[in-house]
Design a protein around this ligand. Structure first.
Ligand code: CO
Length: 211
């Protein structure tokens, strides 16, 4: 097999994206002249989205938000760890500089990261990354054992969102913001890849949790 035998196909495949981009930008400029020029000067998003990298869960599209309206951080299984410099830098910048009003931690059913942690069949870097979800699964293993497999998987996806949202609420960045009087609400959402719908899993949190 020739490694680059299908080079033309691949070039065309990529060219489609560039073509779509030109059409997209032209359409937005037509509907809202000067849109990109204004956006280039500053961004003032009200939302920070922390979600899974899964290609089926695109933050802007499923919430109907335009460029400039949501600051986004995505990683495998929407994990929030205080030791994750990447995630915490995003949270810090969004809160202190952009002054977002809402932080949405969004997971999704059928999350490959959550399912892999549950099955315990990961290795390498992913295994390390998912270790906190593996622990979460082990904490709830007995309860989950009483459910059908699919129901147990869905429940663990939900529990993961709640765990990550709680981890965010306990982070020093969030605690400091609340303590300084900043209006900031954390939302725990889950997305159904099978129906395209978002659902809130808990009451939004607008103050530091007690524990
Ligand atoms: Co996922």
């Amino acid at each position: 097999m020739l490694l680059y035998g299908n080079a033309e196909f691949f070039v065309n495949e990529i060219q489609v994206l560039l073509d779509h981009n030109r059409e997209w930008a032209a359409q937005i400029e037509q509907e809202d002249p000067g849109f990109f020029g204004r956006l280039a000067k500053q961004q003032t998003p009200e939302f920070l989205w922390i979600g899974c990298s899964d290609s089926r869960v695109p933050a802007n599209q499923i919430t109907g938000l335009m460029p400039g309206e949501v600051f986004v951080h995505r990683n495998v299984a929407n994990v929030v760890l205080q030791t994750d410099l990447n995630c915490m830098s995003v949270v810090d910048f969004a809160i202190r500089n952009l002054k977002v009003k809402h932080v949405i931690v969004c997971g999704h059913y059928g999350c490959g990261g959550v399912l892999a942690a549950m099955a315990g069949n990961t290795d390498g870097a992913v295994d390390h990354w998912l270790s906190s979800i593996r622990e979460l699964y082990l904490e709830h293993k007995e309860d989950l054992a009483g459910l059908e497999q699919v129901a147990a998987e869905r429940r663990l996806c939900e529990l993961n969102v709640l765990r990550q949202a709680r981890s965010l609420c306990r982070s020093s960045v969030m605690q400091d913001a609340w303590r300084s009087g900043q209006q900031l609400t954390v939302h725990a959402w889950i997305y159904g890849i099978e129906n395209g719908l978002l659902r809130s899993l808990a009451e939004p949190v607008a103050a530091p949790p007690e524990s």
